[in-house]
Ligand binder design. Sequence first.
Ligand SMILES: [Zn+2]
Length: 255
Amino acid sequence: MIAHECGHHGFSKYKWFNDTLGLVLHSALLIPYFSWKYSHRRHHSNTGSLEHDELFVPKLKSKVPWFSKYLNNPPGRVLRLATTLIIGLPLYYIFNVSGRDYQRFASHFDPNSPIYSDQERLQIYISDVGVFATIYLLYKLALAQGFAWLMCVYGMPYLVHNALVVTIVYLHHTHPDLPHYDSSEWDWLRGALSTVDRDYGFFLNTLFHNITDARVVHHLISTIPHYHAVEATKAIKPILGDYYQSDDTPLHKAL
Ligand SMILES: [Zn+2]
């Protein structure tokens, strides 16, 4: 969550500090920092747009793959959910799965990817170096301590982290009450309000640094740090009125 805040330059008032800490934290989680930062910002400037959003973009009926109808039953949904939680995050970064349709191969690791502009490409290389440095370090650790030790200390927590990140983002952007808009109707504010605050109870909200129950305000003003997000949410609720969306369905039920 703090790594995410660094990408918005909301954690510290010093840009170099946000970028340095963001690069270290993201690399440690095998996520290319600047690559994520730029696509995440595009997600923030295009939330809820069918054509330009970067995350969990719903497919048009004409583009739904043929096998989807066979998965639309309880065992099929469990299978899809398990796949999304276990390998969804690397699939998104490597192949842009469930991301924006760029009409060609798009990867967060590829400096020539259509996701990025020419000024951003050099930083995609730096992000890749960060991830490869972590892989090299993990390889050295596996040689020194053994693969089983590495799986216990890094591998399993890594999978739990991935599942939590995917769960949070997934549930904030795919609520049945939240519309996606095509270019004839989309505008930034509509898109930003097309997200939902979810209350998972004190323990999980605190564990997730309130990214769960202060998500709407994050989409309106993304530089507010997590330690002020709940206070800011209280302030905007009466202003937004019916435009403020929230849901307190427990996490497992919502999934
Ligand atoms: Zn964000």
